[in-house]
Design a protein around this ligand. Structure first.
Ligand code: R5P
Length: 304
């Protein structure tokens, strides 16, 4: 049954209408559009969907996947602060992709630790965060990065594993770097896939060296699994090596289809066949829907 619109609603922007509708349906939440106007100088004017009395319900959920994050962070600042003044007592951010989680330490003196800054910023705006496979490496929990009372982490690894089991039964799962070990372990545990993890050294944005693990890939259907692909160079390097090692096929499964610039082309040029992703970031490769688990997480945060 649809939640009482006087108690809870889900707010979204016009570029995420489809995702918001799917989530609203799964979570049984009334879905409402935030009206956005851009002034000629680039500033934003937002209008929140208030009721006849000019108020929002006490529980407000904002869905905003934070790929291309910079302007969206300003939108969230404006929405969350205004929502409080309009009656929201509890604000949840559903960000299927959470930005700025990779920069989790200063690699050179003076380098900004973006995870801490953005995490602190979001924690000052919302009461709860729901996200999928945030890139937590040197930090153990999302709550350490974003100190909100409720920080819920879902994973695309298991639903992607289900897809892989259908499309490539008996696949050899390979993680392209040490950080992918957590997702490889989850996916392998679910279907008993053989699995292994590469090592990677990053030299620059598009320059990585990958080393294959000691595993016999000859004749195997290999699926490279990771939380995200950005430039695609990590997966391309791994695919090239696996091809040279005799893999029968190399396909890719990622939670977050960032795919910057020529990422897809670079992967295909390196011998990647199929590319599958979750719908955390809208992309033609989306093959796994996350609305149901996101809705289940929301149900634990909202009044029954
Ligand atoms: C970092 O370790 C992530 O899991 C990905 O491996 C990384 O972001 C991929 O970057 P790119 O696609 O630019 O090589």
């Amino acid at each position: 049954m649809l939640a009482d619109p006087s108690q809870a609603c889900l707010l979204h922007f016009d570029d995420e209408t489809d995702a918001a509708m799917r989530l609203g349906l799964a979570a049984q939440l009334p879905v409402k559009l935030i009206d956005r106007h851009r002034f000629p100088d680039g500033e934003l004017k937002l209008r929140l969907p208030v009721d006849g009395a000019g108020r929002l319900p006490p529980h407000v959920v904002v869905v905003r996947s934070l790929h291309d994050p910079n302007e969206k962070l300003v939108e969230l600042l404006l929405v969350a602060r205004a929502a409080r003044t309009l009656g929201a007592r509890h604000v949840t951010l559903v960000a299927p992709y959470m930005a700025y989680m990779r920069q989790d330490m200063a690699f050179t003196p003076g380098e900004v630790v973006s995870q801490q800054v953005v995490g602190g910023f979001l924690a000052g705006l919302v009461d709860a965060v729901v996200t999928v496979d945030p890139h937590l490496h040197r930090v153990a929990t999302l709550q350490e990065a974003i100190a909100v009372p409720d920080a819920i982490v879902l994973s695309g690894a298991e639903p992607l594993a289900d897809l892989i089991a259908q499309r490539r039964p008996g696949a050899l799962l390979v993680g392209p770097d040490g950080e992918s070990a957590q997702w490889i372990a989850q996916a392998a545990a679910r279907h008993g896939f053989d699995h292994a993890v590469c090592t990677k050294v990053r030299h620059g944005d598009r320059d990585v060296t990958v080393q294959l693990p000691a595993v016999d890939a000859a004749g195997r259907a290999v699926v490279l699994l990771d939380d995200m692909a950005s430039t695609g160079r990590t997966l391309a390097q791994a695919a090239r090596l696996l091809g040279a090692a005799g893999a029968a096929s190399v396909d890719v499964a990622v939670t977050h289809a960032l795919f910057a610039g020529d990422a897809l082309q670079a992967m295909h040029d390196a011998g990647v066949g199929e590319v599958w992703s979750t719908d955390c970031i809208p992309h033609a490769s989306n093959a796994v829907a996350m609305a149901a688990p996101l809705a289940q997480a929301l149900r634990s945060l909202l009044p029954a």
